[in-house]
Write a protein that binds this ligand. Structure first.
Ligand SMILES: Cc1ncc(COP(=O)(O)O)c(C=O)c1O
Length: 458
């Protein structure tokens, strides 16, 4: 019997990030200035980001070297194991072989440190001393708090109110790594005060928290803004996941993969696993690449591909992406990291180009999959990652129905050790599904009427 885990030695950590923009069939749409509607240049982004990251954001080089200082930190937990999920296969009775990449082994418990570390490094090298950022599920804030600590930066985290209330231990973790954390909307920014005036009990959203962090960075000279997803450079940093998985599948004796699955909030863990396989698909390999999202926040499956702001207060540049409208506040589902109105431009474009397809699942069926996984493989998954588990189980079911034996790979983006209140709600029948009414989508989409339209409207 082949190994249960494929573990690479440290010397096999990838030495470069893979940039899909070198191979993608469609060129990226220009990013537009929020005030003028004209394409932004590096100077427009300089108040928010250090130049190294801005250059990565616009680069079309296929390979971008990973600095030695970054590799030195990644070595604390990378390479991550690739597991063969034999017990899950048995539990669901499939003939397919299911593998998962275990990103839950990082110190923060998810894939997010893969980009937090280089972002902190480039900011420190550029002489910035403070970072402002947002967090949905708390995973990104924890990762940034850790990375800032390792590179000697101060860190302020705007944590979406509903997560702040659901996950006090995430806040304590961030504070343990030296960050200061406030619930968002907060009274600390104009953006936050504006939302609180309209609704003192606002549950918050990633869109609002991003507005607060961007405003904080734009109004403090020593401060940069860091984003945990969506942007090209963030997706780029995550490609260590897929590069390792590629090599590990070879070592497991697989000649290829039929289905690659990841969950999508902003798109970074999905892209990190999938982009090296998108490259294979562009090269002619037949791979079904599936992005899984919550039915309560169905950005890729029901949102149009359009220009929109990345945040609620319209402070960020306009990017072409699948969106539900920047003032859409997703229902307070437990996969906090998937409550985002938009999706990465790169992932959105790949959906438009037909290289990636999306599926949406309801919260209760996602937790059923999470329980099946926890009771077979032992790991309690993050609710976000459970969407990918559901996607892998669905792929196995389709293969079985078609009488095929497939190789299915999914990303376990994080563990759920700080999400136990969600499991408690599920196990005691208190977890509810939320069907998003079409009228709510239509209402939210009115926010993007009048904005410029991308050239390829689908
Ligand atoms: C464990 C986990 N998975 C997935 C996500 C979704 O983000 P992304 O789509 O950028 O991977 C998050 C976001 O917080 C997360 O914490």
């Amino acid at each position: 019997m082949s190994d249960t885990k494929v573990v690479l030695p440290e010397r096999d950590i990838p030495r470069h990030w893979y940039n899909v923009l070198a191979d993608a069939p469609s060129p990226p749409q220009p990013v537009l200035h929020p005030g003028t509607g004209q394409p932004v240049g590096p100077d427009d982004l300089a108040p928010l980001f250090p130049m190294d990251l801005i250059l990565q954001e616009v680069s079309t080089d296929r390979e971008i070297p990973i600095p030695e200082e970054v590799l030195d930190v990644l070595r604390l937990w990378r390479p991550t194991p690739l597991h063969r999920a034999r017990r899950l296969e048995q539990a669901i009775g499939t003939r397919s072989r299911i593998y998962f990449k275990n990103e839950s082994v990082s110190p923060a418990g998810s894939h997010k440190p893969n980009t937090a570390v280089p972002q902190a490094f480039y900011n420190a090298r550029a002489g910035r001393s403070r970072i402002a950022t947002e967090t949905g599920a708390g995973q990104w804030g924890s990762s940034m708090a850790l990375a800032c600590q390792l590179f000697g930066l101060e860190c302020k985290v705007y944590m979406v109110r509903v997560s702040y209330d659901q996950k006090p231990y995430r806040r304590m973790m961030m504070e343990t790594w030296g960050a200061s954390v406030v619930p968002s909307p907060s009274p600390d920014t104009n953006a936050g005060r504006g939302v609180l005036e309209a609704d003192a009990d606002s549950p918050g959203s990633l869109g609002i928290a991003i507005s607060e962090a961007v405003e904080d960075a734009a109004t403090h000279d020593d401060t940069s803004y860091c984003l945990g997803s969506v942007l090209n450079h963030v997706l780029l940093h995550q490609t260590v996941i897929g590069q390792e998985a590629h090599r590990q599948l070879d070592l497991a004796g697989e000649s290829g993969v039929d289905v690659v699955v990841g969950c999508v909030g902003g798109g970074s863990n999905f892209a990190g696993l999938a982009l090296p396989f998108v490259r294979d698909r562009i090269g002619g390999a037949e791979i079904d690449i599936v992005a899984c999202e919550p039915a309560a926040c169905p950005t890729l499956t029901r949102g149009p591909y359009a220009y929109d702001f990345g945040d609620t207060a319209q402070l960020t540049p306009l990017v072409a992406m699948h969106t539900l409208g920047h003032d859409f506040i997703p229902p307070g589902i437990h996969a906090g990291g998937l409550r985002y109105h938009g999706a990465a431009p790169i992932v959105s474009q790949l959906v438009v180009d037909g290289l990636v397809r999306a599926e949406a699942y309801r919260q209760v069926e996602v937790f059923e999959s999470a329980i099946t996984f926890a009771r077979s493989e032992g790991i309690i998954p993050a609710p976000e990652s459970a969407h990918a588990i559901k996607g892998a189980i669905e792929a196995a079911r389709r293969a079985d129905e078609a009488g095929r034996e497939q190789v299915i790979l999914f990303n376990l983006s994080g563990h759920g050790h700080f999400d136990m209140s969600a499991y408690d709600a599920f196990l005691h029948g208190r977890l509810e599904d939320y069907e998003l009414p079409e009228e709510e989508i239509q209402r939210a989409l009115r926010a993007i009427e009048g904005l410029p339209k991308p050239e390829v409207v689908v």
